[in-house]
Design a protein around this ligand. Structure first.
Ligand SMILES: [Zn+2]
Ligand SMILES: [Zn+2]
Length: 417
């Protein structure tokens, strides 16, 4: 009678658990992961120009014995690790590109490229995912299924007129062969302290839509505005009217932001400007709010211009980024439990952010889970936010990132069995 349960208990205790193996491997390779991160940090490359970075990744993945597709989506890499046991397919994603920012950190491995810097931590993402590939390649024989490693270019946005980033990876079939069933991704940053990870089981990042508004005017002498058409007061009215969309027209319980980041027009104090050009960004967590804001933006721009007898055009820069909403079932069954094992009490449920990225495009192919890897460390003076010239990451968090990504893949595949 008691024999069977006793055997079950014994099996549970002695069954090989990869947690310890993943942890040991991640800690063993920590110096190598740090050195890859520093190598990439010193040689940052802009969106769709990640030639050197893509080649380095492709080479490392080939060395690990993965099937490698390169280039994908211009400079990206897809690596496939086929486990020794048949099973499902999971994808892990990192992004490769840097930003047009001049680094002000005085680090021995500071950027060697003038005006270009890894100020969003994608150097750490790439190094971590290469580490996770190495950890999982070491467990290949026991791995029930396949892991697809997505190294994606141009997350910060392709140069004008070029396709790129996650949408292009999807279009080029990065998730189709083998057919991916879930995608995991993450971002480093100062949102969370080093040693911790932040997750949600719903919205985590916002949508983002960049736009340009052009207000037409008619230039004349500044003393005779009635002879021309002054676009500056029209633009000023548009800026204020747009704020009533977020403050008066959208349900107050819905997160949303509308920012005009640049206004440009005119040449001299006594000349009426010929036109005004404004750039801005729009954010929301709910896809319906996003659609509604876009329509109201167009209506307001058109209406205010018309009231002044002029024309204003509104152009969205590209297709924008959809809101990032973690899959509830995936977060509860795999995401949160995996992070809790890796980070212990450091796995925190966090409030969604209004920042955005293009990762949700992968959601058109499979459910996803995305988390924040804490890299803030005040004691080391690391606290500056992403996209600043003194942004840095606490490298002690890198092995935790490696463990987290390897564990998420492992858990998804073993649960699926
Ligand atoms: Zn960024
Ligand atoms: Zn980023």
């Amino acid at each position: 009678m008691t024999l069977a349960p006793a055997l079950v208990v014994l099996a549970a205790v002695t069954a090989p658990t990869p947690d310890a193996q993943i942890r040991a491997a991640a800690e063993r390779m920590a110096p190598a992961v740090v050195s890859v991160r520093r190598e990439l940090h010193a040689h940052p490359e802009l969106s769709n120009r990640e030639e050197r970075t893509g080649q380095l990744v492709a080479e490392r993945l080939r060395d690990l014995g993965l099937e490698v597709r390169y280039p994908v989506a211009k400079t990206g890499v897809v690596g496939v690790l086929r486990g020794g046991i048949p099973g499902g397919v999971v994808a892990l994603r990192a992004d490769l590109d840097a930003l047009p920012i001049e680094e002000t950190n005085e680090l021995p491995f500071r950027s060697q490229v003038k005006g270009v810097m890894h100020a969003c931590g994608h150097d750490a993402h790439t190094a971590i995912l290469l580490g996770a590939a190495q950890v999982l390649a070491g467990l290949k024989a026991q791995l029930p299924g396949s892991v697809v490693f997505l190294f994606q270019p141009a997350e910060e946005g392709a140069p004008p007129g070029e396709a790129g980033g996650a949408p292009l990876m999807v279009r080029e079939g990065a998730l189709d062969d083998p057919k991916v069933e879930a995608v995991f991704g993450f971002h480093v940053g100062s949102w969370v302290a080093s040693g911790q990870a932040g997750w949600t089981d719903g919205p985590i990042f916002a949508s983002s839509d960049a736009f340009t508004i052009e207000v037409e005017g008619k230039t004349v002498h500044g003393a005779q505005p009635h002879m021309g058409l002054d676009p500056i007061p029209v633009a000023a009215e548009i800026v204020l009217a747009l704020q009533t969309i977020v403050s008066r027209q959208i349900d107050g319980r819905q997160p949303r932001v509308l920012t005009i980041g640049r206004v440009q027009g005119g040449r001299r104090f006594n000349i009426i400007a010929g036109r005004v050009v404004m750039d801005g960004t729009m954010r929301a967590h709910d896809p319906g709010v996003r659609t509604e804001m876009k329509a109201r933006l167009a209506r307001t721009v058109r209406g205010v211009a018309e009231a002044h007898g002029t024309l204003a055009t509104l152009r969205f820069a590209d297709e924008g980024n959809p809101p990032m909403v973690n899959d509830l079932a995936l977060a509860q069954s795999v995401g949160a439990p995996a992070l809790e094992r890796v980070f212990g009490k450091g796995a925190l449920r966090v409030e969604p952010q209004m920042v955005a990225e293009d990762f949700p495009y992968f959601g058109s192919k499979a459910p996803y889970f995305y988390f924040l890897l804490g890299t803030r460390n005040e004691a080391k003076g690391i606290g500056s936010v992403n996209h600043t010239s003194n942004f840095d990451v606490d490298e002690d968090a890198l092995p935790l990132g490696v463990r987290a990504m390897a564990t998420l893949a492992w858990d998804f595949l073993t649960r699926k069995r």
